[in-house]
Design a protein around this ligand. Structure first.
Ligand SMILES: [Zn+2]
Ligand SMILES: [Zn+2]
Ligand SMILES: [Zn+2]
Ligand SMILES: [Zn+2]
Length: 348
């Protein structure tokens, strides 16, 4: 009995030191949740709640919480453990680390002067030279050591998923349908109504996705794809079309990335039913804009990372196309933008 009490005590102490800064947050409307502040960027803050990282606007929280954030942000912090810098530290051209945190997650050795290393967006550090021993999550770019991962995190088609993304992974059809249900109201609100034709979702691996994509001459690092079959009946001037849409999505994507992919593909379905045709940067830029809007409704840090990748993408189609669409949206708003897209319609 005594032994189990001391065991509990030990656990408590460990818990206390690991989650030193966990506190209760109160929103302006009185909702409370417990979490640890992990980053402050302008008026956006990151809070870790139950091991998940979320981004919120600082204005959402009480004055007392905002004071806490300001004080927290004044302290210089180590990017790995997020605690204040004190004692022995190591400085690079961009960051400063606790000396004990400045080590490689693969070989566990501390970095020495002149060695080249890489830092992921989550504070993970590794030497550059570890090759395949280091894995970088295909969804959130988090580093992890391949030999320490669960076999299921290493997908048969060569993709890899970090533990967090894998836990949120959409691996069965029922969950995939649920994600679609989640984005439907957001799509409706934008003006992208339900398709008239049939719509089916298919979870596939990278190989099948690439093979299906060739049917419409699409290639590259695809995560989703829409194939629309249509039949036109009637005479010129009085045609009626029926549609059959198939949306393909890679299996195992974390929930948030699935939101982004399904919103993008939903936009394709909307365009296809209206026979809207244009150049790839216009079409894909528009679909990414819709995807970004859906991501904007989500609070997780992963949604910010995916949005940022879109904003910074150097792809002339998905990146440049998206940025041009985003500019246009800022000028004219959603409803006029949808009208502009509809004007590109050319039914058979
Ligand atoms: Zn540290
Ligand atoms: Zn190393
Ligand atoms: Zn991940
Ligand atoms: Zn697309």
């Amino acid at each position: 009995m005594l032994q189990s009490v001391s065991g509990l005590l030990l656990l408590f102490i460990l818990f206390g030191s690991l989650f030193l800064d966990a506190r209760v947050w109160t929103t302006r409307d009185g909702t409370k949740s417990q979490g640890e502040l992990i980053e402050v960027e302008g008026d956006r803050i990151g809070i870790r709640i139950h091991d998940r990282d979320y981004h919120f606007s600082i204005n959402r929280f009480s004055d007392q919480d905002q004071d806490y954030v300001r004080q927290w942000a004044e302290v210089s912090r180590c990017p790995v453990c997020l605690r204040g810098l004190r004692g022995k530290t190591k400085r690079t051209s961009t960051d400063e680390f606790h000396a004990e945190c400045f080590r490689c997650m693969v070989c566990a050795k501390g970095f020495v002067g002149g060695e080249r290393f890489q830092l992921d967006p989550w504070g993970g550090l590794s030497h550059l030279h570890h090759g395949k021993a280091l894995a970088s999550c295909g969804s959130c770019s988090r580093f992890f050591v391949r030999s320490k991962a669960k076999p299921a995190q290493l997908f048969a088609d060569g993709r890899v998923s970090c533990e967090t993304c894998f836990q949120d992974g959409i691996l069965d059809q029922r969950l995939l349908e649920k994600v679609l249900l989640r984005i439907k109201p957001v799509m409706r609100e934008l003006g992208l109504s339900e398709p008239k034709g049939s719509l089916s979702l298919h979870m596939v691996d990278q190989n099948i996705l690439s093979r299906e994509a060739l049917k419409i001459n699409a290639r590259g690092n695809l995560r989703g794809l829409t194939l629309t079959k249509y039949k036109v009946v009637g005479q010129r001037g009085q045609v009626r079309a029926t549609f059959e849409h198939k949306i393909y999505v890679l299996y195992g994507l974390p929930h948030i990335e699935c939101v982004s992919v399904l919103a993008h593909e939903w936009a394709h379905v909307w365009l296809n039913e209206r026979f809207i045709e244009s150049t790839p940067p216009v079409i894909e830029g528009f679909c990414n804009l819709v995807s970004e809007h859906a991501l904007g409704q989500e609070k997780s840090k992963l949604s910010s990372i995916i949005r940022e990748n879109m904003i910074k993408s150097d792809s002339p189609v998905y990146g440049a196309g998206y940025r041009r669409m985003k500019q246009r949206l800022a000028q004219i708003g959603w409803s006029v933008l949808l009208k502009e897209m509809k004007a590109k319609s050319s039914p058979p």
